[in-house]
Design a protein around this ligand. Structure first.
Ligand SMILES: Cc1ncc(COP(=O)(O)OP(=O)(O)O)c(N)n1
Ligand SMILES: Cc1nc(C(=O)O)sc1CCOP(=O)(O)O
Ligand SMILES: [Mg+2]
Length: 557
């Protein structure tokens, strides 16, 4: 092939992959004028003159796909291993390539055979993927021998990636050994020091620590710290097998602090592959750019939802079935792709309804919600303390029909059942309502969960429980909520500074004092939540407009 030919073929392919947007951004960064592009004419001429530019443009176009490489064993039953990893990444919307370390014959009964792939062929697969594709994150599963681990470590040195997630698979959930005992030392000495996060279950944590017994959450704290001292940046010790616990408790240690992550235990036989799935989902979230703790929370919440959806699946006759990674694929995943995640800016003017006030002014809840949206409310919460369940569900459905076309999220106060029944956008709970981690696991990862917090400890817990935002109050005294302690502007500032989540201030806020609230100028204070300032007024739309204009004004200055 002539050198001209070699240039023309890749150029045409590259140019097809590049959007006009990418082209214009590159024209800016390469100081290339449109005249130059036009004068240089066809793509292959551009490539011949400025090959580095065209290659960089193509790389930019390619980087748009987040990519996890799983290095693991194949599970013929497809509940765990490579097959689970690919499905979990697909569910997270991330591309997943695979290097197979072993082929196993297994089903819902157990592991009938393991056929290891020779390490030089593992090395060849690694080279094929890593030398060609832009892998963001590598996730490891079954690594059956010390030499396979060594091969992986040297590949990672040659082709560094953004993060390494190590699921130290040594024993299958059915109790079968999946890696030789001699691999342990290589895991500890070579692989763990490279890991961004390692995710052992109780048996694996015990094996990594020389066989100590782990029987309580306190033991898990100690194990997490000891494993951290082996070199990984973060450790997640999974407590799914902890005896006598109605909750699934995991302990996450980031080198500074241990966090207890609680989720409700889903009673099902279909748990085969939960470890692989969790680690892969963490890898997928890291590949998309999530911070580690957020990646762990999202992965936990995904696994909890997948287990719920799979609890009655009947696949195979053995004691441990697989679960359904691509749950609700038909009607849900396509919807998820379009539905944006929670946007903290929506907290700006948070309107909370009150049926007593609506009754006083002779309005329906739908008219009140319509007026608040017309005036510029950015999120609505239905707080119906007295309503019968049936009436509440009906009202929520009618309000959703108003909010959805306006892209205004609708949350339900206290009542997860009502939110589920009408497919609301989320739920707000207080300290004595359903615990936020349960709300999160019942609603799944894509709904909004808000928690009322009056102090830093509650704010920290809300974050660990997987909430999206916190409500902090009462900022000022209020007659809308009885016996509500006031935290004042100082208390609000203290909570905002401690909170890793966005905050909305609540309690006694009105057009007269809203400016002083936003002016405490803490970046994660995103807005104000109000009841009487909007709904105990003659004209809701007018009052909402006044408040909105004050808030927008403070944000501009
Ligand atoms: C945005 C927002 N913040 C706080 C609350 C109060 O919730 P809670 O403490 O559960 O009290 P009730 O509203 O249920 O009486 C809220 N509803 N919204
Ligand atoms: C529902 C609620 N929660 C509060 C808290 O402090 O958590 S204060 C409050 C009532 C807010 O009503 P108004 O805007 O009329 O003062
Ligand atoms: Mg409540």
């Amino acid at each position: 092939m002539s050198s001209d030919c070699m240039q023309v073929i890749p150029t045409t392919m590259y140019m097809r992959a590049i959007s006009l947007f990418t082209l214009s951004r590159f024209m800016q960064s390469w100081r290339l004028s449109m005249a130059e592009v036009v004068l240089r004419g066809s793509p292959h001429v551009l490539y011949r003159r400025r090959p580095a530019l065209v290659r960089a443009m193509a790389a930019e176009a390619r980087r748009k796909v987040s990519h996890v490489l799983t290095v693991a064993g194949s599970d013929s039953g497809a509940g765990a291993g490579i097959q689970a990893d690919i499905k979990a990444c697909a569910a997270a919307g991330v591309y997943c390539s695979s290097v197979v370390t072993a082929v196993t014959a297994q089903n819902t009964v157990g592991v009938q055979g393991v056929h290891p792939v020779p390490e030089d062929f593992v090395a060849e697969q690694l080279r094929s993927v890593l030398s060609d594709m832009e892998v963001d994150v590598v996730k490891t599963g079954m690594l059956h021998s010390g030499s396979v681990i060594e091969v992986l470590c040297s590949s990672l040195k040659e082709f560094p990636v953004r993060a390494l997630v190590v699921d130290p698979v040594m024993v299958s959930t059915s109790g079968d050994m999946l890696s030789a005992p001699s691999t342990l030392a290589v895991y500890c000495n070579k692989l763990l020091p490279l890991a961004d996060i390692v995710t052992p279950n109780l048996k694996e944590a015990s094996a990594l620590l020389g066989g100590c017994s782990l029987k309580s959450v306190a033991d898990m704290y100690s194990a997490a710290k000891l494993i951290h001292s082996l070199g990984p940046r973060n450790v997640l010790v999974k407590g799914g097998d902890l005896p006598d616990s109605s909750d699934a408790v995991d302990v996450f240690y980031d080198g500074e602090k241990c966090h207890e992550l609680r989720g409700s235990r889903v009673v099902t036989r279909n748990t085969h592959g939960t470890g692989c799935t969790l680690a892969s989902y963490i890898a997928a979230e890291l590949a998309k750019g999530s911070p580690v703790m957020q990646a762990v929370q999202r992965a936990k919440s995904y696994v909890a939802s997948a287990l719920c959806y799979s609890k009655d699946l009947v696949i195979g006759n053995g004691p441990q079935g697989p679960f359904d990674h691509l749950m609700k694929l038909k009607n849900h995943v396509s919807g998820l792709a379009q539905k944006p995640l929670f946007n903290p800016d929506d907290l700006l003017l948070y309107a909370v309804t009150d049926s007593g006030m609506n009754k006083k002014w002779g309005r329906s809840i739908t008219d009140a919600v319509k007026a608040a949206i017309e005036g510029g409310a950015t999120i609505i919460q239905l707080r119906e303390k007295e309503a019968d369940t049936q009436d509440f569900v009906e009202a929520a459905r009618s309000c959703l029909a108003i909010c959805r076309p306006c892209n205004v999220p609708l949350l339900i106060n206290d009542r997860v059942d009502v939110a589920l029944a009408c497919d609301a956008d989320g739920v707000h709970v207080g300290q004595s309502d359903m615990p936020a981690h349960l709300v999160r696991s019942l609603l799944g990862p894509r709904k909004i969960v808000g928690v009322s917090c009056k102090n830093p400890a509650q704010a920290e817990q809300a974050w660990a429980d997987g909430a999206n935002y916190i409500g902090c109050g009462g900022v000022f005294p209020t007659s809308t909520k009885a016996n509500n302690p006031t935290v004042g502007l100082d208390g609000l500032r203290t909570v905002c500074m401690a909170s890793k989540l966005p905050v909305v201030a609540i309690g006694g806020i009105s057009v007269g004092n809203a400016r002083s609230v936003l002016e405490i100028s803490v970046p994660n204070l995103k807005g104000v939540a109000v009841v009487s300032a909007l709904f105990d007024q003659e004209c809701i739309a007018t009052e909402t407009r006044r408040l909105r204009s004050i808030l927008s004004d403070v944000l501009r200055t």
